[in-house]
Write a protein that binds this ligand. Structure first.
Ligand SMILES: [Zn+2]
Length: 165
């Protein structure tokens, strides 16, 4: 199946299914626990010289996510959630030559449909709208970053997307 546009409804359905399956109702959401419960190996490794600019990637042969251990910890959380999105949503595509590793300098604004879906998956998984609804008006961006254990840019991205602020 070739994606020409991101299917955000499907992304949200898959994320909701995971939250329900693991009875996740309060932040922070731990994507490493979820991945491991789904049978995915998650390894934090020091990448070799020449590969230091990679955040992480999903290896479909080993059903494993490899994360750059030298990365800022909250970014590692995002990387795991993003790559888990590829595993859940794009198992077939992740085997193809089109699949790309996640680079450290990438933000949440890429245009490729699979990457947009993986970013939306990560955002909805880690900072679900239903949880954000309870806290966003009373807690600062920095406070939300601590509560949800994600970076400040990720919180700002989610607030902007969900409430247009
Ligand atoms: Zn990706």
């Amino acid at each position: 199946m070739i994606l020409t546009a991101p299917d955000y409804a499907r992304v949200k359905r898959e994320v909701r299914r995971i939250h329900e399956e693991f009875s996740i109702i309060e932040p922070p959401v731990n994507p490493v626990d979820i991945a491991r419960h789904l049978g995915v190996t998650v390894s934090f490794v020091e990448f070799a010289d020449g590969h230091k600019s990679i955040s992480g990637f999903y290896d479909c042969e080993d059903n494993a996510i490899y994360v750059n251990s030298e990365e800022f910890p909250l970014r590692q959380t995002f990387t795991v959630a993003h790559e888990l999105g590829h595993k859940v949503l794009h198992a077939e595509w992740a085997r193809s030559a089109d699949y790309k590793v996640l680079m450290r300098d990438s933000d949440y604004s890429g245009n490729e449909p699979h990457e947009k879906e993986a970013n939306a998956f990560a955002g909805n998984l880690l900072v679900p709208r239903a949880m954000l609804d309870r806290y966003w008006k009373t807690i600062s961006v920095e406070g939300l970053s601590k509560l949800f254990a994600v970076s400040v840019p990720m919180i700002k991205f989610r607030l902007s997307l969900e409430y247009g602020v």
